[in-house]
Design a protein. Structure first.
Length: 150
């Protein structure tokens, strides 16, 4: 039987894989465009277009590296581990909903339940670390009460 936490973890990995595929596809298209651009006639327009393509390739490459790093972090999480206090990989049920401390992926729906995947470096992630069931913290006036930790 797959736990809710395992389903959230798998959903996050699937999201990251989609991002990786999209970025890889974009990078491939940019590489092909650059190859076609080098076949074009020389001149200022050509040089500018080529430079713009190279800048875009660098930006996409940086984004791809960041997503691959996020995936490595996510794959390092064992969703079957349970803890009495919040740590990396904890799925936390609060009075405001579910939070998955892993990497910053934002809001998602898993089994019609809203889950927010946030990084440990986020302001809320930092405040939640080490808290236990029935503890609470607040951020920007919002109080988060820890109801359960998976």
């Amino acid at each position: 039987m797959t736990s809710f936490k395992q389903k959230v973890h798998l959903h996050c990995i699937a999201l990251l894989n989609e991002k990786i595929q999209t970025l890889q596809r974009t990078l491939k298209e940019l590489t092909e465009s650059a190859a076609n651009e080098t076949k074009s006639t020389a001149g200022d327009k050509h040089e500018t277009a080529l430079a713009m393509l190279q800048i875009e390739q660098e930006n996409i490459s940086r984004q791809l590296k960041a997503v691959l790093d996020q995936k490595a972090i996510m794959e390092g999480i064992d969703p079957s581990l349970k803890s009495l206090q919040i740590a990396n990989g904890s799925l936390v049920k609060t009075n405001k909903g579910y939070l998955f401390l892993s990497v910053a992926l934002g809001k998602m729906q898993v089994e019609d339940i809203r889950v927010i995947a946030l990084s440990l470096q986020s302001p809320l992630g930092k405040k939640l670390m080490g808290l236990k069931r029935n503890d609470y913290t607040d951020i920007k006036g919002a109080v988060y009460i820890i109801e359960a930790i998976e």
